[in-house]
Ligand binder design. Structure first.
Ligand code: MG
Length: 170
């Protein structure tokens, strides 16, 4: 077993869709997150946790935001690519715990759908995917955007040590 952690933050932008764990969340103010892809901050944190568990670099290396082919792309598709990369190296996500930090909007009623989206993308059981939401009580950056942490365990048969993330660049 290997452990991984990922963290990401994206700022709010008027007129963007808000996508979290592959789910489009309606907002009263018509705000979403700014980013090159669909800016799904929770899936970004999860992908970094999965890559981190394997010492395979980060999503910036695998899916550079300078590459036009990732413009506006669904992060769920990128998550499937990360899972395929792990699979290629004999590894599979065992479980993940994602914490979304947002002052707004309220996310409670979307949590089950978010967990389902992630589980389906990874071909795993929903019991292996936890998504939680919290605020910073108005004290932090979360009023200006949304942040997410993810930790995961990856089951890996591979004893190989990845010494250079460049190896995994596309
Ligand atoms: Mg990101």
């Amino acid at each position: 077993m290997r452990i991984g952690h990922g963290y990401d933050v994206h700022r709010f932008e008027q007129g963007r869709k808000l996508i979290l764990c592959g789910e489009e969340i309606p907002t009263a103010e018509n705000i979403g997150l700014l980013g090159h892809s669909d800016a799904d901050v929770a899936v970004h944190a999860l992908m970094d946790a999965m890559l981190g568990a394997m010492a395979m670099g980060d999503i910036g290396q695998h899916f550079p935001d300078s590459d036009e082919k990732y413009k506006g792309i669904s992060s769920i598709l990128l998550l499937k690519e990360v899972a395929a990369l792990l699979s290629k190296h004999g590894a599979k996500l065992s479980n993940a715990d994602i914490t979304i930090i947002a002052e707004k909007p309220k996310l409670a009623k979307y949590i089950l759908k978010m967990r389902t989206n992630i589980a389906e993308a990874l071909g795993t059981d929903i019991s292996c995917i936890s998504v939680k939401a919290t605020t910073e009580e108005g004290l932090g950056i979360a009023g200006k955007g949304i942040a997410a942490h993810a930790v995961c365990l990856v089951a890996s048969q591979s004893k190989a040590t990845v010494r250079n993330a460049e190896v995994f660049r596309r």
